[in-house]
Design a protein around this ligand. Structure first.
Ligand code: DAH
Length: 363
């Protein structure tokens, strides 16, 4: 008898399930099929998983009612079982569908995000360029290299010996004054002229030697439109048997021809440098007006190129070269000064301020 009362009917099971699943439709429809952000989609996917646990999991009403099938009249158990199975399939199908739609939407958002819009204008990278002083230095180097000169790159920190003594400027000599420089540790100073490399080159290579040495030099000058405490020079040195002043003139003449054009002429004015004898100041005819005078040559028709002369026997001797066997010429030109002339800069400091708007004009 007690078995009778405990006996369940398939209708009871189904009605309990129907009650428990009354909200299922609303709950699953509340979860959107798509969303704009991946974060939201992931959240919705989690909601679907929770629905699956709630309605199909071990503690779901379906699981509870399925266990009760045992207590149904054996004749009607099959009916109950297939009803429950059909119901479960429907719920399962709906949850699967929702999950698939959401996953497709996530995939689509991902591909959209990673895809490249080939119609968007590109970001242009700004190519770098050489500094006008570097451009000038390279032009000068090219000319001398084609004349058979080696390019020497030597130290900027020097001893008194290389900056002065070996260049025939002994201690106390007045020529040291205008070349006062910056001193570092005892006995060392920043070179005030590239003439130092004459000595190094002769010591290293001996004679004969033909070299140019471009580089930085330093002087205790107050910056103004025509001075800077750091500037650039090119030193030139040619030592061999039988070198004369004619070689010096011919070489610099050829140099200005190649740099400024074949109509350029040179002029040598007697001068004095301790390391040359005789010494000369070199001018070239103005590349702009060619002689009559203009703003660039300050109405003189000539522009100063630099100093030059025949290497003093004392200098050859100091560098270990026999002045009885060898003679030579040397010259020193200002790179930035020439640069400022060519580009008509009225303030040499513009070259050292590193303002890209200024520098990028000289490519
Ligand atoms: N060193 C000199 C200066 O800085 C320039 C110079 C003059 C270099 C005559 C030379 C030369 O080689 O022969 O003012």
């Amino acid at each position: 008898m007690s078995e009778e009362t405990n006996q369940q009917r398939p209708e009871d099971l189904i009605s309990r399930i129907n009650t428990a699943y009354g909200n299922f439709d609303r709950e699953i429809e509340l979860i959107p099929d798509t969303s704009a952000s991946l974060e939201d989609s992931a959240k919705h996917l989690l909601e679907v998983r929770n629905l699956r646990i709630k309605y199909l999991g071990k503690k779901s009403e379906l699981a509870i009612q399925r266990k009760l099938i045992r207590s149904i009249d054996p004749h009607r158990r099959g009916e109950a079982g297939s009803s429950i199975q059909k119901f479960e399939q429907t719920i399962n199908q709906r949850i699967d569908d929702k999950e698939r739609t959401l996953k497709t939407s996530i995939e689509k958002t991902r591909t959209d995000r990673e895809s490249i819009d080939v119609t968007i204008p590109g970001r242009r990278s700004r190519p770098g360029h050489l500094h006008p002083i570097t451009l000038m230095r390279q032009r000068i180097e090219d000319i001398f290299v084609s004349l058979g000169y080696a390019v020497e790159d030597d130290r900027e920190i020097e001893t008194d010996f290389y900056n002065f003594d070996a260049l025939n400027i002994p201690e106390g000599h007045p020529a040291r004054d205008p070349q006062d420089t910056f001193y570092t540790t005892e006995g060392f100073a920043l070179r005030s002229q590239t003439s130092t490399v004459q000595i190094h080159a002769m010591q290293r290579r001996g004679a004969p030697v033909r070299m140019i040495a471009p580089g930085r030099v330093f002087r205790r000058d107050t910056p103004d439109p025509t001075h800077n405490p750091m500037f650039f020079q090119v030193e030139g040195l040619c030592v061999d048997r039988g070198i004369t002043m004619a070689h010096l003139k011919g070489t610099l003449q050829e140099f200005v021809h190649r740099l400024f054009g074949p109509e350029t002429s040179t002029r040598f004015r007697p001068s004095y440098f301790p390391f040359t004898e005789p010494s000369a100041e070199v001018d070239y005819s103005c590349f702009n007006c060619g002689g009559p005078g203009c703003r660039i040559c300050k109405w003189s028709g000539w522009i100063e190129l630099g100093g030059s002369g025949m290497v003093h026997p004392n200098v050859l001797r100091a560098a270990g070269v026999d002045p009885e066997e060898f003679t030579g010429f040397a010259f020193g030109l200002g790179i930035d000064r020439t640069c400022a002339r060519i580009y008509e800069l009225d303030d040499i400091r513009l070259l050292f301020e590193n303002d890209v708007r200024f520098l990028e004009q000289f490519r």
